[in-house]
Write a protein that binds this ligand. Structure first.
Ligand code: DGP
Ligand code: NA
Ligand code: NA
Length: 204
């Protein structure tokens, strides 16, 4: 498990339009300025062959793929990065991960797939040291430029997905009200990440 490695795995989760990508970039810059060895990873990674199928599924609403099949592809898209993730953690890198297995479970369970079935393909992925959930109201999210054209970007789905995230929340989660300003959210993120970085491996 990750806790044996000198690096840290920090996951940022949230609904669409919660500000995940912005907060990931800001955190990256802060850690870099502090002289940390830091890297950003984004899931789904649309750049791999599997990621290209996922991209097509998300952007082309006419593409037919069973809910189970796309679920497994999203999971495989994470698994294909595991050797890289472990390599970086061994080298002491702080990895900032934009979406992870929690999105995988929440989006598929929101469609009605069995919750435990949804969890199983991701079992064994490196465990994060911290999960930051950016909680945004459906109203705020809709106002942020409106939802785009992608498959899950509508209020009804997003609200069902949020209920699933609530079920996934554990003690290593920081649940942030992301209706606040970007600067306020950033301050909360930095504060919690600093705690995780100050924790020595022996203490965990
Ligand atoms: P993003 O590139 O972060 O905007 O994500 C694209 C969309 O895919 C977004 O609506 C969230 C959804 N998504 C992300 N990860 C998964 C996953 O593992 N499974 C499913 N079903 N959807 C996911
Ligand atoms: Na999106
Ligand atoms: Na994003």
């Amino acid at each position: 498990m990750v806790s044996h490695y000198p690096g840290r795995l920090i996951v940022i989760e949230g609904l669409d339009r919660a500000g995940k990508s912005t907060q990931c970039s800001r955190l990256f810059r802060t850690l870099e300025q502090n002289g940390r060895n830091v890297e950003m990873i984004k899931f789904p990674d649309r750049g791999t062959p599997m990621g290209q199928i996922i991209d097509k599924y998300l952007t082309d609403n006419t593409m037919n793929l069973s809910d189970q099949a796309i679920h497994l592809l999203f999971s495989a898209n994470r698994w294909e990065q595991v050797p890289h993730i472990i390599d970086k953690l061994k080298k002491g890198t702080v990895l900032i991960v934009d979406r992870y297995m929690y999105s995988g479970i929440a989006f598929s369970a929101a469609k009605g797939l069995d919750f435990n079935w949804c969890k199983s393909p991701d079992v064994g992925l490196p465990e994060p040291d911290l999960v930051i959930f950016l909680d945004v109201s459906i109203e705020t999210a809709s106002k942020r430029g409106g939802y785009g054209e992608e498959r899950y970007e509508n209020a009804e789905i997003q609200s069902r997905v949020r209920s699933q995230f609530l079920k996934l929340k554990e003690s290593n989660w920081l649940w942030i009200d992301a209706n606040k300003s970007l600067d306020e959210v950033e301050a909360e993120v930095n504060n919690e990440v600093q705690k995780v970085l100050n924790n020595s491996t022996q203490n965990r």
